[in-house]
Design a protein around this ligand. Sequence first.
Ligand code: CA
Ligand code: CA
Length: 249
Amino acid sequence: MKPLPRHLVLTSLFIVLTITLNSCGAGGDDERTSAPTVNIIRPQDTLNLSDKVPVEILFSDNSGLVSAEITIGNADQGNLVYHFSRRGLSGLNDNLSFEAIIPPAIDAEGKNYIIIKCYDEDGNETFIEGTFYLQENDDIQPVIHMIQPQGILTPDPQTSMSVFYDVTDETGLDSLRVSLISSVSGNLGNEIASKALKFNGEQNAVGNFFFIGNSNYQTGSKYKVKAQLFDQFGNLSEILLPNEYTISN
Ligand SMILES: [Ca+2]
Ligand SMILES: [Ca+2]
């Protein structure tokens, strides 16, 4: 038998591949077994303690959403559940938005969790869990106890100066930013360098920022040191040290 021309062999191979790929698509096993996607928009991070928790959840599924179960509890009280509800869902995309009531008898301050189970019309289940914190309302500014430059800033990258910090907040620190700002005849100019640090809600922090020498720094020019400290509720404390420092050679 005469062998088939090469282009016919390739065409037949392509048709076989196409049929195989299509059979994995619509109506295939993947379609039936893929579970819904769940996204917790709220609650997240740290919230003011009140008598309710705002909940917002997005759902999607490839074939059809059916229902969700939402459980919310406090981890610090031995995983004490204070909200449970079953809710109907429909379509390929759906969402829930409501406020979960915290009963007055329950102290929900501290670490809390939200657990969501979501079912699609093929009986697939998605389970996800999120963590959030409830804290007494904090309208008190964080405290900068000390910002202290040490050493001398120069253009030489072999040298460095440091800025020591000692900061606290009664509920939790969020971030600290220290910047060096050029000072021309007593007037503030451009920022010449800055360093920032993100905290994890600790109540106090002590340490040093290091500023490495940089050839862009101009010997003889002067700068001031500024610090901005945020707590987790967005309260800000800011200081500008009165001293003027000089970039050395
Ligand atoms: Ca599905
Ligand atoms: Ca505070």
